[in-house]
Design a protein around this ligand. Structure first.
Ligand code: PHE
Length: 457
């Protein structure tokens, strides 16, 4: 055991850690979900609430996860077993591993669509389709029994391949390469979008506060999305935290990762809305915005084909660096708790998650009449993980740090590579002890309402 601990993987540098953690945070959540929900829930008004939650809840929970990970040097489940032996706290970790399993299965499906759209973008005829035909080709693609599986499997193989190489040579190295590419692509897309004639409307839509459109539901969605977007609540950052060197400053790491995630979400909004508005296309919802609405925008835009290719490469990269972090949660658990070799753990985890993903994908097509709790498998997994498992996980992680781990150990762990002084430390403790758990509990209730499991429609 002792031997295993000394040979445990580590991120080699602060930049490597930031690239990996920001890579996890920046994903499909930033590029399609954030711009869409920001628009729906009142633009800048929603944005301010979201930023408030990111600061008051996201940031402290992220720091909590990093502390738990680095202190224990264990996977999400083992971390609680080690820090609170013989107590039920370890079940928070099981929730996390289960959430990772479910999230990656449907995440891999959407990421597969993204790869397919790189190919669509390369095809000249795709750029001359009518809006109906674009929607039609999206619908027939996702309902096809084979095509989406092919791309999902390609994506999952890429994810597994990076994870199997290891934490430093795989996850860290590829994040260090891919994240700067992502940043360059999104900036290029932003420049294209804001230089379009009529772009101002889109920017107004995104940044002009209209508090009358901000509903209670919008406030709750802002909190839920803060969790999903920062990869919190299922032990991703416990797992990554367990690979962080003792002298790394956890406070500045959490701040930088949070800032990067928020920045990219805003940059994605700037890339999408000015273009959507410049061409007089109504912002649609969710998945449709990216796969049905945007191709119309690219069609009308000078240089649209190139920007379309770039956009879907961006989306694929963002999804990939998130997917590796989700897979790592499961792999670290299999390797450490079930004592599997890392290679075996990776192959097994990738295979099982891909299988569940296949069912998810088929639930759009040939299995679409399999309805559980009024949803197809894809929607059900999305809702259970994002609206139930992540909020519960986040709430207990905050409670764990606030009430069980305690201020003294927090100070000790943080002090290894920096410090959190007087007033700010107390604010942090209040946030994790009281504010975050209560706020998350409210979101959780909301999640149940959205899920609508028990009431007939
Ligand atoms: N944060 C990722 C995104 O925005 C998704 C994710 C959720 C990754 C939970 C890891 C854990 O797409």
């Amino acid at each position: 055991m002792a031997k295993q601990r000394t040979s445990r993987a580590q991120f080699s540098s602060k930049f490597g850690l930031i690239a990996a953690a920001a890579g996890s945070a920046i994903g499909l959540g930033n590029i399609w979900k954030f711009p869409y929900i920001t628009g729906v829930y009142g633009g800048a008004a929603f944005l301010f609430v979201y930023l408030g939650f990111i600061l008051a809840i996201g940031l402290p929970v992220m720091l909590s996860e990093l502390i738990i990970g680095r202190k224990s040097r264990r996977n999400a489940f083992g971390a609680f077993k080690k820090l609170a032996p013989g107590t039920p706290w370890k079940y928070i970790g099981s929730f996390g591993v289960a959430a990772a399993f479910l999230i990656l299965s449907f995440y891999g499906v959407v990421a597969g669509w993204s790869i397919k759209y790189i190919f669509f973008s390369l095809d000249k005829t795709f750029h001359s389709l009518s809006p109906q035909d674009i929607s039609g080709s999206f619908a027939s693609f996702i309902q096809d029994p084979l095509q989406p599986l092919l791309f999902q499997i390609i994506f999952m193989l890429l994810t597994g391949a990076i994870v199997i190489i290891g934490v430093q040579k795989g996850i860290e190295r590829y994040s260090k390469i891919l994240m700067p590419i992502l940043l360059v692509i999104i900036i290029v897309l932003d420049i294209r979008a804001i230089t379009l004639p009529g772009a101002g409307e889109g920017l107004k839509f995104l940044f002009h506060p209209d508090f009358s459109r901000l509903s209670f539901e919008g406030v709750l969605s802002a909190l839920g999305h803060a969790f999903f977007s920062l990869s919190l609540g299922m032990g991703t950052l416990i797992t990554y935290g367990s690979y962080v060197k003792k002298d790394t400053n956890l406070v500045s790491t959490a701040i930088q990762v949070t800032a990067a995630d928020t920045l990219v979400a805003i940059l994605a909004g700037i890339a999408i809305f000015p273009a959507v508005f410049a061409f007089n296309i109504q912002p649609d919802k969710g998945v449709g915005l990216i796969f049905e609405t945007l191709p119309n925008v690219f069609q009308q835009m000078p240089g649209g084909m190139v920007f379309s290719i770039l956009f879907f490469i961006l989306l694929t990269i963002a999804a990939l660096t998130s997917a590796i972090s989700i897979l790592e949660v499961v792999v670290a658990y299999f390797a450490e708790e079930l004592k599997m070799k890392r290679n075996v753990a990776t192959v097994l985890a990738t295979a099982l998650i891909t299988l569940l993903g296949i069912i998810c994908s088929l639930s759009m097509g040939i299995f679409s009449d399999v309805i559980l709790f009024k949803r197809n498998v894809f929607d059900l997994l999305d809702h259970i993980s994002a609206n139930i498992l992540l909020p519960i996980g986040g709430m207990f992680i905050a409670l764990f740090i606030g009430w069980k781990f305690g201020k003294k150990k927090v100070v000790q762990e943080i002090a290894e590579g920096g410090s959190l002084k007087g007033g700010i430390l107390n604010v942090f403790m209040i946030l994790v002890k009281v504010v975050a758990p209560i706020a998350i509990f409210i979101v959780f209730l909301q999640g149940l309402k959205i899920l609508d499991l028990f009431t007939a429609s």
